[in-house]
Write a protein of this length. Structure first.
Length: 352
């Protein structure tokens, strides 16, 4: 009997781990409890420079609080996913705040300035003012990488501890958001009525909603433009005739292949990174078959990690110099463009 039960249990735990959850970790307040205050400070966004209650700002509408216990590159897909979903479902009144837990406010503020500058989310990350443990009434578990608290009507609807975070969480995240916000209607007339009914009364809040939707629209336009550009390049590659070698006679009259002048040696610049995370990201970033959207995701992971220290920034700069010096071997045009943009923002310091 044991031989049958234990493998099944191991399989179940493995599947739960793949979904970013484990059976022995609980984090966040229980379902049905009132949403307790969350003391916060914003460095960017509509609350910039102010301390405020992040839970109270959600009001009675659908919303989410995402607490960051462990700031690593693996959580970036979830952060980006919630940011995109907040813009998408804002027409249904959905709001969210992503909060960084910390034990040193000054250090956390400096780190967050770099991270928000790199991620460029429509809804920037804010600081929790309750230390590493977070708000006392929330029972947050530091063993989790992230804790998601979904609410509606001022009450907790669901609390989720995320551990093995990544892109696999994004679809589940959408389902959780729809659990509190509902689905966006496909019928345009119904959608217009719903948007009108969910518009905030405050003029500032209406303006923030318009800005968020504008940011989301611009992101979609950029992605569409990159997609169209990629399709155009593919068509041009398919239409390009194959270069054929021509035979020319030599002194004996026998044909030999025409000699093509050798290309000049490429000057290699920069250097590969020593950091293991950067090495892993670099291998994915320089893949010639990588899609532009995936390259954007990898670039966000790289720049977020690079912002953690001056040494990582230096390694990233040298890494991108290497990629650009070997364009014909590594990376797509979009990857080259992003690498150049990083170098423009982080030029090497000249020795005086």
């Amino acid at each position: 009997m044991k031989s049958k039960i234990f493998p099944s249990l191991a399989l179940a735990l493995g599947l739960m781990a793949q979904n970013g959850q484990t059976a022995d970790i609980a984090s966040g307040p229980p379902t049905g409890t009132p949403l307790a205050p969350v003391n916060s400070y914003a460095l960017h966004g509509p609350h910039k420079g102010r301390e405020f209650d992040a839970a109270k700002s959600l009001g009675q509408g659908p919303g989410a609080l995402l607490f960051i216990h462990e700031l690593t590159r693996n959580i970036i897909p979830v952060l980006r996913g919630l940011d995109d979903l907040t813009s998408e479902y804002s027409v249904l009144g959905f709001q969210s705040h992503t909060l960084l837990l910390h034990d040193d406010r000054t250090s956390a503020e400096n780190r967050l300035k770099a991270i928000n500058g790199s991620l460029k989310h429509a809804h920037p990350i804010i600081l929790s003012l309750d230390g590493l443990e977070g708000p006392g009434d929330y029972a947050l578990n530091r063993r989790a990488a992230l804790t998601l608290v979904l609410a509606k009507g001022g009450q907790v609807v669901r609390s989720v501890a995320l551990t093995d975070t990544g892109q696999h969480n994004v679809q589940q995240l959408r389902e959780w958001v729809e659990e509190v916000a509902g689905k966006v209607p496909s019928d345009r007339a119904k959608l217009r009525r719903m948007i009108a009914g969910n518009l905030p009364e405050s003029g500032d809040a209406v303006r923030e909603l318009a800005v968020n939707q504008g940011v989301q629209l611009q992101k979609l336009r950029e992605r569409l433009a990159r997609l169209e550009s990629g399709q155009m390049n593919n068509r041009m590659q398919q239409r390009r005739p194959q270069r054929m070698k021509r035979d020319v006679p030599n002194a004996s009259g026998r044909p030999v292949a025409e000699r093509i002048p050798a290309k000049p040696a490429v000057k290699r610049e920069g250097a590969p990174p020593d950091d293991a995370d950067l090495q892993s990201s670099l291998r994915a970033f320089i893949r010639k078959t990588q899609a532009d959207e995936r390259i954007d995701e990898i670039y966000e992971e790289i720049t977020t990690h690079a912002a953690e220290s001056a040494e990582l920034t230096r390694q990233t700069r040298e890494m991108f110099r290497l990629v650009l010096s070997l364009k014909d071997r590594y990376g797509t045009p979009h990857a080259h463009e992003l690498a150049k943009g990083f170098l423009d923002k982080h030029p090497a310091k000249r020795n005086r």
